[in-house]
Design a protein around this ligand. Structure first.
Ligand SMILES: *Cc1c(COP(=O)(O)O)cnc(C)c1O
Length: 383
């Protein structure tokens, strides 16, 4: 089976992990801050806080903003459920903004209209989470301007977008947001097995995130309410979680990050080759918006809606791990029960109906890619 995504582990990665296994620290030790500094430096942002998954990172980012009951978070429905679940974990409501049918990203025009209606009704969201779908940056300039006008905090879900650029700088620098969240799940741009990271330029948010990922405990005298009772003393100042990353994971992440540019080059080359080789087929190739340099986490084509299921089935039967990104979040029974309705998101419905994700990962070679293309050609020609 040719998978749609896959990690690439080198001998150096294995050696880096083995070195930690033989060191004094298995849990959060000196390698976690080294990995955090490396990601912060790569993204061009002051602070990065590592956690055990992007799902935890989203939850923690919402907690750091004090999102809670009575609040609402808006996001894109064309995403993994974790992007919306973070609000529910905080007791907040969720609503969605329909996508741009070209890119599958949250549409700033639809956002503007929805904000105007929400402002008139006195029901503005507290937090907005744009998702850089497939690794292509959202129109952050427009989204950031709207968020600022209405006083809404922005968390970028950058799970697909490590290394992507928008208007010349890297996603994760938070030029238009309070925080950005990355995933290091095995199929993402780099991996730590499971793992995630929050980046932020704001030192106060970074301190909140650090405390909340470790039970709400602090050892910093400046943050304590009482005087220290001795060297052992620490205080729990909020209700936090155990969302820590291990040094084992951080060592893998640090080693992987050294190869990020090679990974991205390879993804770019494969995407360009798909673009050339699929040009004559009856499908829509990914549309790249102005001012964006995508990380190419996914290569999603649009088929005629009536064809998607049979093409998916034929390609799977031929050993090609095509996939569908995403089942819109409002379609899941849990969100339907909360009153969300597919009729409100016609562009997302259209995008979902035709979407098919083709295999794309740095170890996919040209012969493998050619096999994908020829099988797709055959499946599209089948009656
Ligand atoms: C993978 C993913 C997540 C969750 O990441 P985990 O690290 O698996 O928790 C969140 N949002 C998006 C868009 C993702 O693709």
């Amino acid at each position: 089976m040719i998978p749609y995504g896959r990690q690439w582990i080198s001998a150096d990665d294995v050696a880096a992990v083995a070195a930690v296994l033989e060191s004094d620290f298995l849990t959060q030790g000196p390698v976690v801050p080294a990995f955090e500094s490396a990601v912060a430096g790569y993204c061009g942002v002051a602070h990065a806080v590592a956690v055990n998954s992007a799902s935890s990172a989203l939850h923690l980012a919402c907690r750091a903003l004090d999102l809670g009951p009575g609040d609402c978070l808006w996001t894109s429905p064309n995403t993994f459920v974790a992007t919306a679940n973070c609000a529910r974990h905080c007791g907040a409501q969720v609503d969605f903004v329909d996508v741009d049918p070209d890119t599958g990203n949250l549409c700033p025009r639809r956002l503007a209209a929805k904000l105007e209606r929400a402002a008139a009704a006195g029901r503005l969201p507290r937090v907005l989470v744009p998702v850089h779908f497939a690794g292509q940056p959202c129109d952050m300039e427009a989204i950031g301007a709207l968020a600022q006008r209405y006083g809404i905090a922005v968390i970028e879900d950058a799970a697909h977008a490590l290394g992507a650029r928008y208007r010349g700088t890297r996603i994760g620098d938070c030029r238009y947001a309070q925080m950005a969240v990355f995933s290091f799940h095995a199929v993402k741009l780099i991996t730590t097995g499971e793992g995630g990271m929050v980046t932020t330029p704001d030192p106060a948010l970074a301190r909140r995130l650090q405390s909340l990922r470790s039970h709400g405990i602090t050892r910093e005298p400046a943050q304590m309410e009482n005087d220290s009772e001795g060297g052992w003393y620490y205080e729990q100042i909020a209700l936090g979680h155990n969302f820590r990353m291990t040094d084992i994971q951080a060592a893998l992440g640090l080693s992987q990050l050294r190869r990020i540019d090679a990974f991205l080059d390879r993804r770019r080359a494969l995407a360009a080759r798909y673009d050339r080789r699929l040009a004559a087929l009856p499908l829509r190739r990914p549309v790249i918006a102005a001012h964006t340099d995508p990380a190419w986490h996914l290569y999603v084509v649009q088929l005629a809606p009536g064809q998607r299921r049979s093409v998916y089935t034929a390609m799977r039967a031929a050993g090609i791990g095509v996939n569908v990104h995403y089942i819109p979040v409002y379609r899941h029974p849990y969100y339907r029960r909360l009153g969300l309705r597919r009729e409100d998101y016609p562009q997302t419905e259209r995008y979902y109906a035709g979407a098919l994700t083709l295999p794309l990962h740095p170890q996919l070679d040209e012969a493998g890619q050619e096999h994908v293309i020829e099988t797709l050609q055959g499946a599209l020609a089948a009656p």
